[in-house]
Design a protein around this ligand. Structure first.
Ligand SMILES: [Zn+2]
Length: 504
């Protein structure tokens, strides 16, 4: 969206000879960027039978003497030392951070983190560290200390693996070795998932004019209710489910970590960490059979996230709302579920996202999970219907999502909600997103979900649903399920009731 986003897209499309020519012109800014500082990490993966990561971190021009790490990890960082001309000396801890004056200009710190202790301390939460047999999963930010406050500098991470320990990371590779990674310091707000120890690794290729690659790591030595071949086939098919919306699989490369949920027969959790490089965790019930994969919503929801930009400190309702709205629709478009099931889910769950009467706070101010997921999904649903209605089926929310990705907005990039809203108005030629943002996200107006469903011909009985085709906007309901190619064909020649759905 901004100049930077266009710049990135432009660079990627430049052919190789041009890139070589251009590189001399880029030398000066690149040198200046390094002069502003840099972070470099040498990481020693845990030896077999251990979960302790040993890290040597070099900070250039940090312009601060404070070094920190996430609150949960802080008490598991051991033996923090700084390199001096006379060997290493201890660095004093102050609360959850350390103070080392030499880091203002240049310092090399050495420390160790026992990820087993960390996992035990945080209840094996995947956001912090999780043990799977002898393997350990954690976001890289769980073991990379850093200067605070952060400045925007390049980060390099190199991982050594003693005695052939297995290791894989979703961090953005700087070469094909799988051991060297690079990203920007602010990306460490998210990090990427990383695993050490025993795992079964597979490569899933997503074919097409823009081929993509999913590196799958099934952690530990767990046997699941489906063979690994079925697990791989499921992931490959789920990639095909999200492809038509985006026109391609959203990112060139991602790493997907499978960890078990003991005794469960479905996926119980999923999460994307993407700023330092796209990565996905899927917590799969070890009793889940291959026959249950099309009913699962989590994998498609997470893969959708890969195709939309990340928001920082705002917009969680929009990111989760889009994923929640599109997941059943994409599965219906692929034949994994039915249109009746999609609207039944919407009718049942979207009331959870409607603010209580008398509440004046808009989506942007609400932080409860129902508002974020279902309030966000309801916003997307209403916006999609309104765009289709105003443009007589020529445009839809699909166009907004696809345009964001075409302009470089995948999950590894940070955009603002304002940029998405602006793009939405631009590509649909309407003011639907900006006016809806104002009313429902900035201010706390309520979306009339019942009126919306009725206008689409969604009739609710006792736990069942009837889809009626004689309602003014039934063609929009069909268009949503049919997908991008069929929407126009479904629009009636003349609208019987202009503006049948009003977003009050
Ligand atoms: Zn999500």
């Amino acid at each position: 969206m901004g100049a930077m986003q266009y710049g990135v897209a432009l660079l990627r499309s430049v052919s190789l000879p041009l890139l070589v020519l251009a590189s001399s012109a880029c030398m000066k800014p690149a040198a200046d960027a390094r002069a502003n500082g840099s972070w470099a990490y040498e990481v020693e993966a845990p030896a077999t039978g251990s979960r302790t990561v040993v890290v040597e971190a070099t900070f250039d021009n940090a312009r601060t003497d404070r070094i920190a790490i996430g609150r949960e990890s802080a008490s598991f960082v051991r033996e923090m030392q700084v390199k001096t001309p006379n060997g290493y000396r201890s660095v004093a801890r102050k609360g959850t951070s350390w103070v080392e004056p030499s880091c203002q200009r240049h310092c090399t710190l050495r420390y160790r983190v026992d990820l087993g202790e960390l996992a035990q301390g945080c209840g094996d939460d995947v956001d912090c560290a999780r043990r799977v047999g002898e393997a350990t999963l954690s976001p890289s930010l769980a073991w990379l200390v850093h200067p605070i406050p952060k400045t925007d500098v390049p980060v390099d991470v190199h991982v050594r693996t003693p005695n052939a320990t297995q290791f894989i990371s979703g961090m953005h590779g700087s070469d094909e070795s799988g051991r060297a990674f690079t990203f920007r310091s602010y990306d460490l707000d998210e990090g990427s998932f990383t695993a050490f120890g025993p795992m079964r690794r597979y490569r899933v290729d997503v074919p097409g004019p823009n081929p993509a690659r999913i590196d799958v790591a099934i952690l530990g030595k767990v046997q699941y209710g489906m063979p690994d071949t079925a697990m791989r086939a499921w992931i490959a098919r789920a990639a095909e489910v999200v492809k038509p919306l985006f026109g391609k699989f959203p990112v060139d490369r991602t790493t997907l970590f499978v960890v078990p949920a003991r005794g469960e027969d479905e996926v119980v959790f999923g999460k994307v960490l993407s700023l330092a490089g796209a990565s996905v965790v899927l917590v799969v019930g070890d009793k889940m059979p291959a026959t249950a994969t099309e009913q699962d919503w989590v994998l498609v929801h997470e893969l959708f996230h890969l195709g939309f930009p990340t928001f920082r400190g705002e917009g969680r309702w929009l990111g989760e709302g889009l994923a929640t709205y599109y997941e059943p629709i994409l599965r219906a478009r692929a034949g994994w579920t039915t249109d009746a099931e999609v609207f039944k889910q919407f009718a049942r769950n979207m009331p959870r996202g409607v603010p209580e009467r008398g509440s004046a706070s808009g989506l942007a101010q609400r932080s409860d999970l129902d508002s974020i997921y279902w309030g966000g999904a309801l916003f997307c649903f209403a916006a999609d219907v309104r765009i289709r209605e105003e443009t007589r089926g020529r445009h839809s929310l699909d166009d907004v999502v696809r345009a964001a990705l075409e302009r470089g907005g995948d999950a590894t990039k940070v955009w603002t909600v304002a940029e998405v809203v602006h793009l939405g108005d631009e590509v649909t030629g309407t003011h639907v997103l900006s006016s809806m943002y104002e009313r429902y996200a900035a201010r706390g107006e309520r979306i009339d979900l019942d009126g919306l469903l009725t206008s689409l011909g969604v009739d609710r009985g006792d736990g069942s649903i009837d889809l009626a085709n004689d309602k003014p906007l039934a063609w929009i309901r069909k268009g949503i399920i049919a997908g991008p190619n069929a929407a126009l064909a479904e629009a009636p020649k003349r609208p019987d009731v202009p503006g049948a759905f009003r977003t009050h």
